[in-house]
Design a binder for this molecule. Sequence first.
Ligand SMILES: *Cc1c(COP(=O)(O)O)cnc(C)c1O
Length: 373
Amino acid sequence: MAHIETLAIHAGRQVDPSTGAVVPPIILSTTFERGGDGSLPYGFSYARDRNPTRSMLEQCLAELEGGSAALAFSSGQAAAQALLQALKPGDHVITPEDVYMGVTHLLRDVMQSWGLQVSFVDMTDPENVRAALRPHTRLIWVETPSNPLLKISDIAAMVELAHAVEGLCVVDNTWGTPMLQRPLELGADFVLHSTTKYLGGHSDVLGGALIAREQSPVFERIREIQSVGGGVPSPFDCWLLMRGIQTLPYRVRAQCQHAEQVARFLSEHPAVTRVHFPGLESHPGHAVAARQMRAFGGMLAFELGSREQAQAVAARVKMIICATSLGSVESLIEHRASTEGPGTRTPDTLLRLSIGLEHPDDIIADLRQALEG
Ligand SMILES: *Cc1c(COP(=O)(O)O)cnc(C)c1O
C-alpha cells in the first residue's frame, strides 16, 4: 500500500476522463439519467442516495483509514447518529465518561428515549469497561485522545472486550487522524470522524464520516439510514474536504511538533498548574499513547490557578483566536467549561488549545504575554 502522504493526494481521484482536468469537477447534479426501463447505466440515481463527488471522497476516506468502505455525512454528529440508529432499542452502549459533549447529548437526550441503554465509564482502565459489560452490550464507543482532558484509552483492549460479547467497537479518530492512529488495523469495526476538524483542516467545512473495516449488514443498515434520513454532505463540501485532505499528513506532522514545544513551554511556566498532553512522560496515558499513536497530536489543555485566571488568559491572547473547534491551520484557544455549559465535567481552570501552523515561536510568545500580561 502506498504511504499516507501519497494516498492523501491521489486516493479516490483520477484525471477527469471527459476533459483531462487534473482537479476533479464538482458534480452538482441531483439526478442522473436512467434507461427507459428504469435501469441506472451510470450507477447513480438521486443525490440523497449517492453523488459522484461524494463517492470520490468516500473512496479517499476508506483508503486513508485502511477500511473497505466509507460513508461521508453532513456532520460528525450525523455520522454518530446514523451509527447509533443502526442499533436496536434495548441495546447497551458503553462510552467514555468524557466522550465529546455532542455525543453525550445525542446519547442522553435523543437516543435514550429511543431505547438505547448507555453506561458512561472511565475508559482509561479496561477493567472499568469489563465491569460495565452486559450480555446485550452491542457497542463500545472509544474516543482517544479524549476531549478536552486528552485521556488515552487502549484501542486494542477495547476491541477485545467488544468482540468478547459479539459487540462492535467504534473509534472516534477525529483527534488522532489516520496519520497518527490506525484503529481498523487494531481490529476496530468502525472509525468515526468529524471531518470538520483535521481532515478539512481550514475551519470552512462541516462534515462527518464513518469508515468500516469490512462490509457488513450493520454497515448496509447505516447506509440505508443515511440515504433515507438524508444526513448527506453537499458536493461542494465533499470537494473542499478532498482538497483539505491532500495536505493532512504535512499539517498534522507540523502541528504535532508545535504542540510538543508548546506543551514543554507551558509545563515549565510558573502560572500553569497542569498540562494535559499525552506526549509528556508525566501524562498517565503516555505509554499507551506511545504504543498506539505515531505522534501525540496537535491538541493540548492546560490549567491555571482559578477560573478567573483561565478566562483572563483566553481574553489576552492576541494572535491565537479564542473560539471553539479544532484541527485547523489557525491556533484556537477555548475556555471549554464555558462552551460546554451547565453539567460540564471539564475543570473551570482549564483552557484547551488547538495548535495551528503558525511559527511555534510566535504561538509561544503569544501565550507568554497572555500568561504574564
Ligand atoms: C467536533 C467533534 C465531533 C462532532 O462533529 P461535528 O462535525 O461538529 O458534528 C465529534 N467528535 C469529536 C471528537 C469532535 O471533536
